[in-house]
Design a protein around this ligand. Structure first.
Ligand code: ZN
Length: 156
């Protein structure tokens, strides 16, 4: 029997079309690209996660000559948030922004490993963690739950 999966997501024409809190989160992700260490790819990614108490923790991709020792911006942000605020492992939304080697904004969608890592935090907290991706041209794609990005996910 053939079956089909569908996911719902929203697209906003610009950061300014988001509500104030989400717009600020995307701006924090854009600012976080400045902290990227990307001498090999030149692809600078920033992420910002907002905790339930409003605190925002930023991360950026950190590359290393000994591939794959580096880490993506999304995991840098959520791991830092979890490490710094173990009392508040309750995440509302995570925003991602990327710049190419020319410094231009470009789409930065989470890789498979990041999706799986984010999913575990979402499952742990028991409610959705929204993901906001800044796209080339300035539009924003919002996925309402990490689970929508990881169908048939790995589980122990
Ligand atoms: Zn990743």
């Amino acid at each position: 029997m053939e079956k089909t999966l569908t996911i719902k997501y929203k697209e906003y024409p610009s950061v300014d079309a988001l509500d104030a809190a989400d717009a600020e989160l995307v701006r924090q992700a854009i600012a976080a690209t400045e902290g990227a260490y990307a001498p090999y790819s030149g692809f600078r990614v920033g992420a910002a996660v907002r905790l339930a108490d409003g605190c925002v923790v930023r991360g950026s991709n950190q590359e290393n000559a000994a591939y794959p020792s580096g880490l993506c911006a999304e995991r840098t942000a959520i791991f830092a948030a979890s490490a710094q605020r173990p009392d508040m492992r309750d995440y509302e939304a995570l925003a991602i922004a990327g710049r190419n080697a020319d410094g231009e904004m470009c789409e930065a969608s989470p890789c498979g490993a990041c999706r799986q890592a984010l999913l575990e935090y979402e499952q742990h907290q028991g409610h959705p963690l929204r993901v906001l991706c800044l796209m080339a041209g300035g539009a924003v794609r919002e996925v309402g739950s990490v689970a929508d990005l990881v169908p048939f996910s790995f589980a122990l």
